[in-house]
Design a protein around this ligand. Structure first.
Ligand code: G16
Length: 541
C-alpha cells in the first residue's frame, strides 16, 4: 500500500450528474485518483465499507475500475461488488447497491455523451439508497478535491474481471457479478411478462437500438431471451469503448437510424433506444414520436396496468423544465405532484420518504422507486406492458391520452458549443430584466411570472437556488432557459418551450408549429439570435 503525494487539480466540481470531463483529462496523472480519494474522504472514509463498482464500458472504463478497486482496498474497504468486465448499467448499479445494502457505489459513465480517447468520461458516486449523491455530498467531494494532498493506493496485479465469482485485492474481498441477471429478475417482478410475450408472439414487432452502449446485453436478455422477441430485435447490441462512433443519446437527432426505420416502409410497431449507461429512453411508435414529457404522463395514467404498480402510484415528480402534462394526470387521480430542479438526485428524498413512486424528466429520463436512478429499459417494458394490457398501439394510446387530458405541446431547443462568456452574458441580461416582464405581452402572450427557479426539498429542507429561468404566460404557456450541467466543453443553452391546448381541436399539430408564438417570444425576450449569433438550434427534441 502506498500513499502518493499529489496536489489539488482545478475543476473537480461535480455537475448535474457527477464529474464529467474529456477522457484525456481523466487520464492525466493523478486526476482520477484525486477524485476517487475525494469521494472516500467526503463520505467519512472507506474503512470497513462495501461498494458497487462498474460503468458503461466506454474507453478507460476497464482501467478506471482497476484503479478504484486498488484505491478502495488501500482505503480499508471490506468488499466491492464489480460488474463482470467492469460493466454495469446505471440502473443495474443502483439496484445492486440496494439489493446488497452497500455503502454506495462508484459508477463510471458520461451517460449520453460520446466515448473514446478524444470524447468524454465521467465518474459519480451513488449513496446507500442507490441514488446519485445529493448536493450536500457532492459539495464535500469538491471541497475534498480542492484540498487533496495525498491518496492511498495498493500496488497489485489487475483483478480478473472477466469471470463472475469471488476475488481478492489485498485484504479487500471482491465479488465479480453478472451485470444483467439481478436486473432482469427485478424487471420480471414489476411487469406482466406473460402478456408482453403473448403480444410479441402474436406478431407485435419491436426494434430496440442499444447504440453500441451498455444496454445491449440487458435488452438481448430481456427482450429476446425472456420475452421471445426474434433474434435481431436488438440492434447495435455490442457495447463498444467508443460506442462504434455513435453519439449514444436517444433522441430524434442522434438515434437517426431508428427514426428512419420507424418512419420507413414496413416499420416495426414499437421502437426504443437507450443511452450510454442505460438510464435514458426514447419511445417511438410507427411514425410516432412520444415526447419524454408525454411519456411520463401516459405512464402516470396507466401504470396500474403493470403488476408492480397495480396498487396505484404514491405520487409523481418531474423536473421543472419537464412539461406539465403529468400534473394533469396527477390532479385527475388525486396524486401529489412535485416540481424539482433538473437532476435525478433531487427525486431521491421524495422516493425514500414514500411520497412519490414515479419520476420523469424531459431529458429522456423516466423511472420509479424500484431503483433510485432513471431507467431506460424499465420505461420500455412499462410501455410494452401498457400496450399489451390495452391492446392498442403507441399512436392510439397517445391520441386517447390527449383527448382525455388535452395536450401540452413541448419541445427543447439546444444551442451547443457556445462561448461560456456569451451565454452567461445573455442570461445575465435576462436576469436583470425579469422583474419588468410580468404584464408585458409578446406574440400575443401576456407574461404573468418571470423568475429563477429555486427549490426547497420538502423532506430535508435543503435549498437549491439558480435552477433555471422561468417565464410563464397567462394561458399557461412557458419558456424555460438554463445552461446544461453535463457538457464537457463550452456551454449549451437549453431552451424549453411549452404550450397547452385543451382540445378537442388542434391536438395533432406539428409541435414546432403549435409552439411558434412561444419560440418567437423566447427570442424576443432573451435575444438569443442577437447575443449568440445563432438562429437555428443544434438539437430539437
Ligand atoms: C443527467 C441527469 C438528469 C438531467 C440530465 C440533463 O442525465 O441525471 O437528471 O436531466 O443530465 O442535464 P443537463 O440539462 O444539465 O445537461 P444523464 O443521463 O446525463 O446522467
Amino acid at each position: 500500500m502506498t500513499t502518493v503525494t499529489t496536489e489539488p487539480i482545478p475543476g473537480q466540481k461535480p455537475g448535474t450528474s457527477g464529474l464529467r470531463k474529456k477522457t484525456h483529462v481523466f487520464m492525466q496523472r493523478h486526476y482520477l485518483e484525486n477524485f476517487v480519494q475525494a469521494i472516500f474522504d467526503a463520505i467519512g472514509g472507506a474503512g470497513g465499507k462495501t461498494f458497487v463498482v462498474g460503468g458503461d464500458g466506454r474507453y478507460f472504463n476497464d482501467r478506471a475500475c482497476q484503479v478504484i478497486l486498488r484505491m478502495a482496498a488501500a482505503n480499508g474497504a471490506a468488499k466491492c461488488f464489480v460488474g463482470q468486465g467492469g460493466i454495469l448499467s446505471t440502473p443495474a448499479a443502483s439496484h445492486l447497491i440496494r439489493r446488497n445494502g452497500t455503502d454506495g457505489g462508484i459508477i463510471l459513465s458520461a451517460s449520453h455523451n460520446p466515448g473514446g480517447p478524444d470524447e468524454d468520461f465521467g465518474i459519480k458516486f451513488n449513496t446507500p439508497n442507490g441514488g446519485p449523491a445529493p448536493e450536500s455530498v457532492t459539495s464535500k467531494m469538491h471541497a475534498a478535491a480542492n484540498e487533496m494532498r495525498e491518496y492511498r493506493i495498493l500496488e497489485d496485479h489487475d483483478v480478473d474481471l472477466s469471470r463472475a465469482g469471488p476475488a481478492q485485492v489485498g485484504d479487500m474481498a471482491v465479488e465479480v457479478v453478472d451485470p444483467v441477471a439481478d436486473y432482469a429478475d427485478l424487471m420480471e417482478t414489476l411487469f406482466d411478462f406473460d402478456a408482453i410475450r403473448a403480444m410479441i408472439s402474436g406478431g407485435f414487432r419491436i426494434r430496440f437500438d442499444a447504440m453500441c452502449a451498455v444496454t445491449g446485453p440487458y435488452a438481448v436478455e430481456i427482450l429476446e431471451n425472456r420475452l421471445g422477441a426474434p433474434g435481431g430485435t436488438v440492434v447495435n447490441r455490442q457495447p463498444l469503448p467508443d460506442f462504434g462512433g455513435m453519439h449514444p443519446d436517444p433522441n430524434p437527432v442522434w438515434a437517426k437510424m431508428l427514426m428512419d426505420e420507424m418512419w420507413g416502409a414496413n416499420a416495426p410497431d414499437f421502437g426504443a433506444a437507450s443511452d450510454g449507461d442505460g438510464d435514458r429512453n426514447m419511445i417511438l411508435g410507427r411514425e410516432t414520436y412520444v415526447s419524454p414529457s408525454d411519456s411520463l404522463a401516459v405512464i402516470a395514467a396507466n401504470a396500474h396496468l403493470a403488476p408492480g404498480y397495480a396498487a396505484g402510484l404514491k405520487g409523481v415528480a418531474r423536473s421543472m423544465p419537464t412539461s406539465g402534462a403529468v400534473d394533469r394526470v396527477a390532479q385527475a387521480k388525486g396524486l401529489e405532484c412535485f416540481e424539482t430542479p433538473t437532476g435525478w438526485k433531487f427525486f431521491g428524498n421524495l422516493m425514500d420518504a414514500g411520497r412519490v413512486s414515479l419520476c420523469g424528466e424531459e431529458s429522456f429520463g423516466t423511472g420509479s422507486d424500484h431503483v433510485r436512478e432513471k431507467d431506460g429499459l424499465w420505461a420500455v417494458l412499462m410501455w410494452l406492458n401498457i400496450l399489451a394490457a390495452r391492446g392498442q398501439g403507441v399512436a392510439e394510446v397517445l391520441a386517447s391520452h390527449f383527448a382525455q387530458y388535452g395536450r401540452n405541446y413541448y419541445s427543447r431547443h439546444d444551442f451547443e458549443g457556445l462561448e461560456v462568456e456569451k451565454a452567461e452574458a445573455m442570461l445575465g441580461k435576462l436576469a436583470a430584466k425579469l422583474e419588468d416582464l410580468p404584464g408585458k405581452e409578446f406574440e400575443g402572450l401576456e407574461v404573468t411570472t418571470a423568475d429563477i427557479f429555486a427549490y426547497t426539498d420538502p423532506v430535508d429542507g435543503s435549498v437549491a437556488e439558480g435552477q433555471g429561468f422561468r417565464i410563464i404566460f397567462l394561458d399557461g404557456s412557458r419558456i424555460v432557459m438554463r445552461l446544461s450541467g453535463t457538457g464537457t466543453s463550452g456551454a449549451t443553452l437549453r431552451l424549453y418551450l411549452e404550450r397547452y391546448m385543451p382540445g378537442p381541436d388542434g391536438l395533432d399539430r406539428d409541435p414546432q408549429d403549435a409552439l411558434g408564438p412561444v419560440i418567437r417570444a423566447a427570442d424576443e425576450i432573451a435575444g438569443i439570435a442577437a447575443h449568440l449569433d445563432r438562429t437555428t438550434p443544434d438539437v430539437v427534441t
